[in-house]
Write a new protein. Structure first.
Length: 401
């Protein structure tokens, strides 16, 4: 028998539930909760969720008959009847919760996916209260019973097909709004469109405009500083150790590494052909042979700091590379955990720009710029937390031996 859930003793949960029953004056609620105490582990979790939502402000009446819904068109073109003023929201799949934090709308989040309690990502450093929310499943997966027990009045999700969204809505009987996540490569327009859609849905249109205006300005600033640098003066660079469903070694790279593109440097991996997956989409990451990296022989190498176990000194062949010989290897903060952390791409871009184009970035203190970026987008300066976890951004990596 499993005796704990999310680090909490089930016996303690039972005791808390019985104390609740003693104080409750609602016979029907007493009966429901008392019945739950006699059944399986999963249903104990569900009972705990129900109690927490009953006792918290998050449980203020949802699906009120007196509160008519409104017709809303999501990014799959589906017409969904949603609450006019959502009070309890669950954000599903990669990136959804991140975008909601951008809009300073975390007060309506009533439950989260299991992994949100442990990710080392900027939006959770900025909003640690989200780590304490009830969970709806383990890892990145939701449990249908736990999701339903959380009783949200709205589900918002990325990476759903039309059929997926309809099935989820049918099974939960909860409105499901599907959104797109976009990217900082060739689809920033979708990022902005999604923010404005969420702003309308969550009554945060002014905040959505503030964030999109700041990002537009930042992208423009990065490009204007570097676009006029002549092609022959643009450094040849490589990004290794790129996270993709976990950490990887130096030969894990990204042909269209976002920060390189934003500051107009030559990514040696950009010559690689697109990698296709089901649905006709390209996979951003690529895994190369060490011989290919030796052939490219970049001037600078940047390593994703998420590759915590990466020991470059254990790769004797790497000493052949000019970047290693000249000690031009630097770390970057990880930006690709549960899809793209856009704010960190911008932060990395300023650090790279300062290193490679000191004249063009002479007026920029990248650490202060990082504080501004995180504060503006996430609502909190999380530079110290990131630095404590991953070290100084763009710090030099020394190869022993």
């Amino acid at each position: 028998m499993i005796n704990s859930w999310k680090g909490t003793d089930v016996k303690l949960l039972r005791a808390k539930a019985r104390r609740f029953l003693t104080g409750s004056s609602d016979p029907a609620l007493k009966g429901r909760v008392n019945g739950m105490l006699q059944i399986s582990y999963k249903r104990i979790c569900i009972a705990t969720l129900l109690i927490s939502f009953t006792l918290s402000s998050c449980s203020s009446s949802h699906h009120k008959a007196s509160e008519p819904g409104i017709l809303f068109t999501d990014m799959l073109g589906r017409e969904v009847i949603v609450p006019a003023n959502p009070q309890k929201i669950v954000a599903l799949n990669a990136g959804t919760l991140r975008l909601i934090t951008w809009l300073d709308a975390t007060d309506v989040i009533c439950a989260v996916e299991g992994n949100e309690s442990q990710r080392a990502v900027p939006y959770l450093y900025a909003h640690p209260e989200l780590r304490e929310k009830p969970i709806i499943g383990s890892g990145n997966l939701y449990d249908m019973e736990l999701l339903t027990a959380a009783a949200p009045d709205l589900i918002i999700s990325t990476y759903l097909t039309h059929a997926d969204a309809e099935e989820l809505q049918t099974r939960t009987r909860i409105p499901v709004v599907a959104i797109d996540y976009g990217n900082f490569d060739d689809d920033t327009a979708t990022v902005f469109k999604t923010l404005h859609l969420l702003g309308a849905l969550l009554h945060s249109t002014q905040r959505a405009e503030e964030v999109t205006a700041f990002i537009r300005h930042t992208l423009k600033d990065l490009n204007q500083r570097t676009v006029s640098v002549s092609t022959e003066l643009r450094p040849r660079v490589y990004a290794g150790g790129i996270a993709w469903h976990g950490s990887h070694g130096i030969t894990s790279t990204e042909p269209r590494f976002p920060a390189f593109r934003l500051v107009n440097v030559k990514n040696v991996a950009q010559e690689l052909p697109p990698v296709w997956r089901a649905g006709g989409q390209t996979v951003q990451n690529a895994f190369i042979d060490k011989e290919q990296l030796i052939l490219w022989n970049p001037e600078y190498i940047f390593v994703d700091a998420s590759a915590a176990t990466l020991k470059l000194s254990d790769e004797p062949w790497i000493k052949i590379l000019d970047a290693v010989k000249q000690q031009k290897i630097y770390s970057l903060w990880p930006y690709n955990w549960y899809t793209t952390n856009y704010s960190t791409i911008l932060v990395n871009s300023y650090y790279i720009g300062k290193l490679l184009y000191p004249e063009q970035f002479a007026d920029v203190d990248p650490k202060q710029k990082a504080r501004e970026i995180y504060k503006t987008i996430l609502g909190a300066d999380v530079v110290d937390e990131m630095q404590n976890k991953f070290g100084v951004c763009c710090q030099q990596i020394n190869i022993e031996g």
